[in-house]
Design a protein around this ligand. Structure first.
Ligand SMILES: Cc1ncc(COP(=O)(O)O)c(C=O)c1O
Length: 406
């Protein structure tokens, strides 16, 4: 067996199951989960209709093998969206590829990029730099590619910006890839242009790839939409997007996590190698999903409506919770990342036992590095259920903190 598999850590939801083992939640309350970050707003009917039309059309979308690069019409839809959203003109033939959701792409891109045989001393692996806390796929992708992950703590005093300046030169020298998550999961923070400038300079100096995970880019709470990585590069005159790939997805934007559809875009030299890898990986997007994806990327009205639902929900839930814990409206995303001023695992377990509300302990989403776990003392609450259910959860949490934690 591949020995690298033994390096993988249990997924946060597995750790949550272990934490809750043997606990019987209070039967006086119905269960509410703010644990899993799965979109719950209804998938748009027109996307479902496009799927069905593709299956039943003539020829049926099921009748042929798809090309790994996707249909030209699909890549043109990505390019048109990038133009509309960020004012960018990318070449659909060379600078973008369809992927089956951003998760798959975060993983497979890393396998394409990492060269594990670069050690200058025995046992020394290349490094993949990750924000901390982070989406666990980054770590697994790095480990299975034969790299080690290096974690950079986010700083609550600077809107959870990762402290890139804390990374030693010797670490940058071994870095082959860096993950950016903006808007961040779980912090909701959007990375400003100044941070992008810093990372581009480091990427130029140490020749590493920046993989920018932007799957929450369309759910935001300020007037200005989140800055994208390609947009940042273009503003800084980096029109070739050297060493930069962004990954985006319909899962959150269009409430279709089950469709598994997204795309990557950026440096044409990287895209070329990634296409080669994907050809053998065998992960071409189904023509049926391609047809529905074209419809989804071409429509913005449903995205505006979806954002309005989140905005209304967060505007009601956040102030309630802020009565009892240090929590604020994030820049973007669908999580609240709250400071519970104590043991986050004990908080989650007791809340579940007494009020049947599930939240994710922050320490499960981060690693101990440089002497501390930056998720400790925090919880992540995914406000994906409808507003009434999220409000009910928030009322129970307020009651819980007042009765047991103050
Ligand atoms: C930060 C982050 N990146 C990527 C993904 C993967 O999303 P998908 O594969 O549905 O595009 C998720 C899903 O929860 C996520 O939270």
């Amino acid at each position: 067996m591949n020995p690298l598999l033994s390096l993988l850590q249990p997924y946060p939801f597995e750790r949550l199951r272990q934490l809750f083992a043997g606990v019987t939640p209070n039967p006086a309350y119905s269960p509410i989960s703010l644990g899993i970050g799965e979109p719950k707003h209804a998938p748009p009917a027109f996307i479902q209709q496009a799927l069905v039309a593709s299956i039943t059309g003539s020829p049926s979308g099921l009748a042929s093998y798809p090309a790994t690069a996707g249909e030209p019409k699909l890549r043109e839809a990505f390019a048109a969206w990038l133009q509309k959203r960020y004012g960018l003109s990318l070449n659909p033939a060379t600078q973008m590829l369809p992927v089956n959701g951003s998760r798959e792409a975060l993983f497979s891109l890393t396998q394409t990029v990492i060269n594990p045989d670069t050690a200058s001393s025995p046992g020394e692996k290349p490094l993949v730099v990750c924000p901390n806390p982070f989406y666990q796929i980054y770590e697994g992708a790095a480990l299975l590619a034969g790299a080690d992950a290096y974690y950079v703590a986010s700083d609550p005093a600077r809107n959870f910006a990762p402290d890139w300046d804390s990374v030693p030169e010797a670490v940058w020298a071994r870095t082959q890839q860096l993950f950016v998550c903006s808007p961040g999961n779980p912090t909701g923070a959007v990375m400003p242009l100044s941070e992008w400038q810093k990372l581009f300079a480091l990427s130029d100096r140490f020749d590493f790839v920046i993989a920018s995970d932007e799957c929450y880019s369309e759910i935001y709470f300020r007037d200005e939409p989140p800055l994208g990585g390609l947009e940042a590069a273009a503003r800084l005159g980096r029109s070739d997007f050297k060493n930069l790939i962004i990954l985006t997805s319909l899962s959150k934007r269009s409430n279709v996590p089950g469709m598994r559809s997204g795309f990557v875009a950026g440096d044409a030299a990287l895209i070329k190698q990634y296409l080669l890898y994907r050809t053998y990986h065998g992960c071409a997007m189904s023509p049926v999903v391609q047809a529905a994806s074209i419809a989804a990327w071409q429509d913005e009205a449903h995205v505006v409506d979806n954002r309005a639902l989140y905005r209304a929900k967060f505007a009601q839930v956040t102030p309630l919770l802020a009565q009892v814990m240090n929590v604020a409206l994030p820049d973007a995303g669908f999580y609240l990342w709250a400071d519970v001023a104590g043991d986050d695992t004990a908080f989650a377990r007791e809340l579940y036992a007494l009020y049947n509300v599930t939240v994710l302990p922050g320490s499960f989403l981060a690693r101990e590095a440089q002497g501390h776990n930056p998720g400790a003392g925090r919880i992540r609450m995914a406000l994906v259920a409808d507003t009434a259910e999220c409000l009910e959860a928030a009322r129970r949490i307020v009651q819980f903190v007042r009765a047991h934690h103050s």
